[in-house]
Design a protein around this ligand. Structure first.
Ligand SMILES: Cc1cc2nc3c(=O)[nH]c(=O)nc-3n(C[C@H](O)[C@H](O)[C@H](O)COP(=O)(O)OP(=O)(O)OC[C@H]3O[C@@H](n4cnc5c(N)ncnc54)[C@H](O)[C@@H]3O)c2cc1C
Length: 389
């Protein structure tokens, strides 16, 4: 039987951004394909073992991210949390002020990946695993076909609109849209799960890309080398050096605790920031508490309590490729905000917005944003800080 090769919406990448985008587009009635090069959904949030769903709240008592961002949060805890269960938010026990725990959780990667897959299949999304998006064909400033490589060989899929949720802005890059790369490069990360007599736990091995000034931080630089995450040799070095450090870390643990075993290692490299879109608007840290007429949702700051950022639709596309929008850790922001806005809840907020938009148009530059906003509101998204209770 011939494979179907025509879709209204193609979502490239099945991390949290891609899951939200595909779900949102399918619920709006579009025929959606999700192309994922791996064999599970969730991206860094599952295969990458980054299993902390950072806050949906501002840390001052206000929930700021809603809609699919909250739905995926609740899905991640459907059969229980691994740690950091926010009873004050989920069960209404205790306070939600600046002293209480934030609306965040640690979830089980494998359970979430399976539940997310079922959610998308039930919504009618065609999931194509093992499918690497490698190129695009452009006609009149729009992507007319997406080229993938998989067990089926090299295939062209004819599409009306495309969401780049690859995390690395691959599709924008292939299509000639303006992008920029992470100047400083990524520090080595090798998070892994281990099991000992106390059960299993997550070891967050490696420093954050923005170094923690606290000399006692548990997040220590594993090597002085920085990695771009955009070139095969560099990525392979990141993985192999990471494995070496991980093994050394576990052997040290085993000296003190002979029961300790490694339970899971990441199957995709743990790059935080690689390449991002230069969109119609570049979101910055100064946009904290700023009103945007074209806001499509809000996100908080996981590093500190207080800030709230409205996400303008213009940060999610570029005029140069009219039917391409981005979501996730590759949206248009400056270097300083990138580290704040790349995290899971933000990816889901942006994914919901562009997925819905893609179901409405094949030209993001002319979309009536007011109509998009009204549909997002109907789906439970709060767009502006002034509308928070
Ligand atoms: C070490 C580390 C610690 C972190 N800590 C946290 C944390 O505690 N909490 C938090 O919320 N966030 C954290 N983050 C950030 C967060 O995990 C990611 O930014 C977020 O999950 C990104 O989601 P995404 O959907 O944009 O991209 P990704 O999760 O990267 O997903 C992209 C998906 O696209 C697929 N893909 C890529 N290219 C292609 C292609 N060309 N064709 C087809 N498929 C493709 C990939 O396989 C992947 O599944 C951390 C990140 C790292 C690396």
């Amino acid at each position: 039987m011939l494979e179907n090769r025509e879709y209204e919406v193609a979502v490239c990448g099945g991390g949290f951004a891609g899951i939200a985008a595909a779900l949102s587009a399918a619920r709006a009635g579009a025929k959606v394909a999700l192309f994922e090069k791996e064999y599970m959904l969730g991206g860094l949030g599952t295969a990458g073992l980054v299993t902390i769903y950072l806050p949906l709240c501002d840390g001052m008592g206000h929930q700021v991210s809603f809609g699919i961002a909250e739905e995926l949060f609740r899905l991640s805890t459907k059969y229980g949390a691994e740690a950091m269960y926010p009873a004050n938010w989920l069960d209404g026990v205790g306070n939600r002020d600046e002293k209480s725990s934030r609306f965040q959780v640690r979830y089980n990667a494998q359970v979430f990946a399976i539940l997310a897959e079922r959610l998308l299949l039930d919504a009618g999304v065609d999931i194509l695993y093992g499918s690497y998006a490698v190129d695009t064909i452009l006609e009149d400033g729009k992507i007319s076909a997406l080229i993938t490589e998989s067990k089926s060989g090299r295939c062209a899929y004819y599409v009306k609109s495309v969401i780049d949720a690859t995390g690395d802005c691959d599709i924008a890059h292939f299509s000639g849209a303006p992008t920029s790369i992470h100047e400083r490069g990524n520090s080595l990360a090798a998070w892994y799960y281990y099991t000992d007599e106390n059960g299993y736990d997550l070891k967050q091995l490696g420093a954050a890309d923005v170094p923690n000034p606290d000399p006692n931080t548990k997040f220590k630089e594993l090597t002085s080398r920085r990695f771009s995450g955009l070139e095969a040799r560099d990525i392979s070095d990141f993985v192999t050096i990471g494995h070496e450090k991980l093994l050394a870390d576990w052997l040290k643990r085993r000296e003190e605790n002979p029961e300790a075993v490694i339970s899971t290692i990441a199957t995709i490299p743990q790059f935080r920031m690689t390449r991002k879109l230069v969109g119609e608007y570049e979101l910055t840290e100064e946009d904290n508490h700023k009103y945007f007429e074209d806001s499509v949702g809000m996100v908080a700051n996981w590093r500190k309590r207080g800030p709230i950022y409205e996400v303008p639709f213009r940060a999610l596309y570029s005029r140069s490729v009219k039917n391409l929008a981005v979501a996730g850790r590759c949206i248009s922001s400056d270097e300083a905000l990138w580290d704040i806005i790349r995290v899971i809840p933000c990816c889901a907020v942006e994914g919901e917005a562009v997925g819905l938009a893609a179901a409405m148009t094949d030209d993001f530059t002319t979309l009536d944003v007011a109509v998009l906003q009204s549909k997002l509101k109907q789906n439970g998204v709060v767009l502006h800080e002034k509308d928070l209770i």
